[in-house]
Design a protein around this ligand. Structure first.
Ligand code: GDP
Length: 472
């Protein structure tokens, strides 16, 4: 196993060099990873980022755009022939058509290459002439990152931890009842394996809908092209480290190990280990709306995600990273257009506090990290209204489900993030004296001036942090 890891690492190391300098022309490549749990906003983020890099009129805080250093931007064929292309054109036309809709969310790993022609202003720039920089954007589900923890766990350990977590979750009751009636030492029958795996997947899906983020294996909910394969047909089982040969338990154990070797490791080796810069999108407002437990899960998930960027901790990661590391990581709270800008500092303070705690928990000291609140696509306008003698800062938009206009006052976020994070950590089940609302707005109809990308909030600041230093 150690030998295998070393061999894995060596091949990657050689390929990595090739990745970062493209072809004979020595054109630099930045591989930008975009991740986050399901529905965090990855697809919308990439679509809007690319549109706003192609048409940079709304990107004043990206210095290379406002200074004119970026002369041109265009899409090019991606370097990896076997990875799905991020379907930018379809997503953009869904968002910006006459009847705008949200695009289909991320389900698997995909990639898009955006190339920039850059000429620094001033004497140096004039001397050196224009150069090309490629940005390879890699979109992948955050759930897959959480699978990293499985590499350190045996089937028995993973089963025990998972079943303990599920024990007090009502949405897992049906699966747990089915498990009770099961004898894992009985001979393996594929039908039983499928039934119990389906019940487990159902429990994971229900937990996710309640805002429970920490659900492994990540592929059970986002199988990509592995749906229905044996490697995704297993479930945690109680007890036994040693199941008899030919038993259901033995087969589940084998499939768990196959999942680690054939699904988890290749993803980390082929995609994750090549990333230079990373943005992790977090639906903090959605978690706050769901309640303290969901926010606590978000906090724990952020720490788990961050620990994947600390290769020193894990022998397998060390072997595939070979001493290099992700240089910058941005944690961004998405969908900030659900809040009037007067409350953006509070949201930013919460995501900053979450990041600080995640860093402490993951014992993380590595890449340059930052926290921000953004909206990749602004779907609302702001208003100040009088309500029962009180002045409220609200946002207004068209509701996605009914297509009716509505004004939203989401609740008052505390100035001190501790006031919301402490009850979450203490395990409270509801917010004591506050209520946080959320609405699903449809994307607003866009009329764009030539040269302008879609409206956003601080996408330019996010791009400056992630890419700015490489574009000067
Ligand atoms: P993914 O699963 O991470 O790819 O998530 P998506 O990018 O598909 O976003 C999930 C949903 O979040 C979308 O369908 C929208 O409802 C919402 N959303 C994402 N980004 C924004 C945003 O910037 N503003 C608003 N108002 N909603 C957003």
């Amino acid at each position: 196993m150690v030998l295998g890891d070393i061999a894995d690492g060596m091949t990657r190391g050689v390929e990595n060099l090739g990745d970062r300098i493209s072809g004979a022309l020595f054109e630099p490549v930045i591989r930008l990873g975009v991740t986050g749990l399901s529905r965090a906003g990855k697809t919308v983020f990439i679509t809007s980022l690319v549109a706003n890099l192609l048409d940079r009129g709304r990107m004043p805080q990206l210095i290379a755009a406002s200074s004119g250093t970026i002369r041109a931007a265009y899409l090019q064929p991606q370097p990896d022939d076997t990875v799905a292309r991020f379907d930018y054109e379809t997503h953009l036309s869904t968002l910006s058509g006459a009847n705008p809709k949200w695009p289909q969310s991320t389900r698997t790993v995909s990639e898009l290459r955006l190339s920039l022609k850059v000429q620094p202003t001033g004497i140096l720039g004039a001397l050196s002439g224009p150069r090309k920089i490629h940005i390879d954007i890699v979109d992948y589900p955050g759930e897959w990152l959480l699978d990293l923890s499985l590499l350190d766990k045996s089937f028995a350990e993973w089963s025990e931890q998972t079943l303990t977590r599920l024990a007090d979750q009502p949405q897992a009751a049906a699966f747990l009842a089915q498990l009770q009636a099961l004898d894992p030492t009985q001979p393996h029958a594929e039908e039983t394996a499928q039934e119990i795996a389906a019940a487990y997947t159902g429990a994971l899906a229900a937990a996710r809908d309640q805002g429970m983020a920490l659900a492994t294996p990540g592929r059970f909910l986002l199988p990509g092209d592995l749906a229905g394969s044996p490697v995704l047909t297993f479930a945690p089982l109680p007890g036994h480290a040693k199941y008899p040969r030919g038993s259901l338990g033995r087969e589940m154990q084998r499939r768990y190990e196959a999942y680690k070797a054939k699904v988890v490791k290749p993803f980390f080796r082929d995609h994750f280990s090549r990333i230079d810069r990373q943005v992790v999108l977090v639906d903090v407002l959605g978690a706050i709306h769901r309640g303290p437990r969901a926010l606590e899960e978000t906090r724990l998930a952020m720490a788990d995600i961050l620990s994947a960027f600390r290769p020193g901790r894990n022998a397998f990661l060390r072997s595939i990273f070979l001493g290099r590391r992700v240089e910058k990581i941005l944690f961004a709270a998405t969908k900030a257009d659900h809040l009037h800008h007067s409350q953006h500092p509070q949201l930013t303070a919460i995501v900053e506090a979450l990041l600080k705690e995640a860093k402490a928990r993951a014992d993380y000291a590595g890449a340059n990290t930052a926290a921000m609140s953004i909206a990749a696509l602004r779907a609302t306008t702001e208003e100040r209204i009088d309500h029962k003698g009180q002045t409220l800062d609200v946002v207004r938009g068209t509701l996605a489900d009914t297509e009716k206009e509505a004004a939203l006052y989401p609740g008052e976020l505390p100035l001190d993030p501790g006031h919301i994070l402490a009850p979450a950590r203490q395990g409270d089940t509801a917010w004591l004296d506050a209520d946080y609302q959320i609405m699903r707005f449809a994307p607003a109809r866009m009329t764009l001036k030539p040269g302008d990308g879609p409206p956003h909030i601080r996408l330019d600041k996010a791009a400056e942090f992630l890419l700015g230093d490489r574009l000067v």
